[in-house]
Design a protein. Structure first.
Length: 289
């Protein structure tokens, strides 16, 4: 499938901003199943400095600086992406999850990239609570994909999607207490479950296709930035899971970036001098070409 994506972020400030520095994760990355055919950023007012470079995780970052006084900021990201479908392996062909855990414990050079996704991070706090929740799915000698899909289904079933219940700083333990959240909360929770039992999982940020014409199913998270997870299995590499929608991502998911958690891949992040209070509006459209 080919998609045309428009992602607009607009800030309006109560007072003038005299200086701002920002980094953006808005250009889709290349993966074995995804090709970014084109990507363009339009920023108003025009920045004094714009630079692009890959970050530690291989995501493409755009840095910009505006040095003139401004009362608003408009960022429009436009891209065209081609995504291939994904068929997951048969669950019975994936190894028992304990074997994957033990393999990662050896710190083998072949798995060093995955091992960095085993440890706590800013938004993924590990404790016995999330481990106990995970182990309800990760029973002894269960194939890792069967256990991971069962965990995905349980999060989808046990937690209500509620855009007013949490903030970006809500920890997985608080999400478990209130049983509500949004896609980033469910992603952080599932990542915490994987890591708490010794497995590697990363946070994936991107988009969902807007509902195709004639398709009655609209996935939660369409028309906005979306988040899901990927866990590591040495024999098969990284396998994506979407706990918000209880599915294995395929051609309807567009990957922008990945990292340890949201802090590594936030679409827009920066600092400003001045401005006072501000309002922000975000709009995303993903349309099939």
């Amino acid at each position: 499938m080919k998609y045309r994506i428009h992602h607009r972020t607009a800030y309006v400030y109560a007072g003038g901003v005299t200086l701002c520095h920002n980094i953006l994760h808005l250009k889709p990355r290349k993966t074995p199943r995804q090709t970014c055919l084109s990507a363009k950023l339009s920023i108003t007012p025009e920045p004094a400095v714009v630079r692009e470079y890959p970050d530690y995780f291989g995501n493409l970052i755009t840095y910009f600086c505006i040095e003139e006084r401004h009362e608003s900021l408009d960022i429009l990201a436009q891209s065209e992406v081609e995504v291939a479908a994904f068929t997951p392996p048969l669950v019975e062909f994936t190894p028992p999850w304990e074997d994957v855990r033990d393999t990662l414990n050896y710190n083998a050079p072949a798995h060093l990239d995955a091992i960095q996704y085993k440890v706590p991070s800013d938004h993924v706090i590990l404790d016995e609570t999330v481990a106990a929740y995970a182990l309800q799915s990760f029973t002894p000698r269960r194939p890792i994909l069967a256990a991971a899909q069962d965990l995905t289904t349980r999060i989808h079933r046990d937690f209500k999607y509620d855009t007013t219940a949490t903030s970006i700083n809500t920890a997985p333990q608080e999400v478990m207490r209130i049983r509500k959240g949004v896609c980033q909360d469910f992603a952080h929770l599932q990542i915490a479950c994987f890591r708490a039992i010794g497995l590697a999982a990363r946070y994936v940020s991107g988009y969902l296709q807007t509902r195709p014409a004639g398709d009655p199913q609209k996935l939660v998270g369409a028309d906005a930035s979306h988040a899901w997870v990927a866990f590591y299995c040495p024999e098969f590499g990284w396998i994506d899971l979407d706990p918000t929608n209880n599915l294995v991502p395929s051609e309807r998911h567009v990957t922008v970036s990945w990292g340890r958690d949201y802090a590594d891949v936030s679409p827009v992040k920066g600092v400003i001098i001045g401005g006072g209070r501000h309002t922000i509006s975000v709009g995303v459209d993903v349309a099939a070409i």
